[in-house]
Design a protein around this ligand. Structure first.
Ligand code: NAP
Length: 248
């Protein structure tokens, strides 16, 4: 696969829905050739057609899938580590090890594999950029969320460590830490229970995937010497992971 034009290439993981899909569209609007990766590659292909991008199947929890994906991306200016999410919302005393393992694999090791795979191309571009979508769960703990907050803290540490390790290399690093965003996130967290998922956003106006995508495009379109280290964005009605104002 080659970049179909002289547009710089951006890779977006988890581009089949939510923040990733909105980011793919927004980056295409900003002039990038976007390579969309996710397990539901049919959804990525639909968006790729719309934005003149490229869809490649990707399971970030599978090293072979990541290798095949990386082999299909000969050049890369921007990597958006967005694939991930949460499973379950239980106290530590009731933690489900399989759910914790999935959260670690998807958010932490998935990001690690993508960075290792694409770092040579990012450096070779002469103007690389790694954006990682962590969460306010990477900034604070919340009750019943330790599997997710633990994984997001670890993902953030990986990302923030690179900021120092890559000093002197032409690669910028931006962490995006959103609060509540209405996507498929809660549906995945609650294993398809739509009522529980809807309840998360009850009585307030959450962020949209597009709100987050716009901040990513902002960071990605600053001049090369400007590194936006961290953007935290939340709905106005949300003060912290555990504190929100809801209209009854
Ligand atoms: P979403 O709509 O559920 O999107 C998650 C995306 O990740 C999907 O495209 C999914 O695609 C992909 N994904 C999951 N497992 C994957 C795997 N093994 N390999 C490749 N792709 C995988 O939720 P979202 O809100 O947009 O989430 C995007 C990111 O934002 C996540 O990292 C999440 O933790 C973070 N975040 C979300 C919120 C929120 O409130 N929504 C807040 C803060 C941070 P496939 O299922 O097709 O593979």
């Amino acid at each position: 696969m080659t970049s179909p034009s002289d547009r710089p290439t951006a890779v977006v993981t988890g581009a089949s829905s939510g923040i990733g899909a909105a980011t793919a569209r927004a980056l295409a609007g900003a002039g990038f050739h976007v390579v969309l990766g996710a397990r539901r590659v049919d959804r990525c292909a639909e968006i790729a057609r719309e934005i003149d991008g490229t869809a490649v199947r990707l399971d970030v929890t599978d090293p072979e899938s990541v290798s095949a994906f990386v082999a299909a991306v000969p050049e890369c200016r921007l990597l958006v580590n967005n694939a991930g999410g949460a499973k379950g919302l239980e106290p530590v005393a009731d933690a489900d090890e399989d759910a914790w393992r999935w959260m670690w694999e998807a958010n932490v090791l998935g990001t690690l594999r993508m960075v290792k795979g694409l770092l040579p191309a990012l450096v070779a571009s002469g103007d690389g950029h790694i954006v990682t979508v962590t969460s306010i769960a990477a900034l604070e703990p919340y009750d019943n969320g330790a599997g997710y907050t633990g994984a997001k803290h670890a993902q953030a540490m990986l990302h923030r460590t690179l900021r120092g390790e890559l000093l002197g290399q032409p690669v910028r690093l931006t962490e995006i830490a959103p609060g509540m965003v209405e996507t498929e996130f809660s549906l995945v967290r609650f294993a398809g229970d739509a009522e529980k998922a809807d309840n998360v956003y009850r009585g307030l106006t959450p962020l949209t995937a597009e709100d987050v995508a716009e901040t990513i495009v902002f960071a990605a379109t600053r001049p090369s010497h400007v590194n936006i280290d961290l953007i935290v964005l939340k709905p106005r009605a949300q003060a912290s992971a555990m504190r929100a104002y809801r209209e009854e």
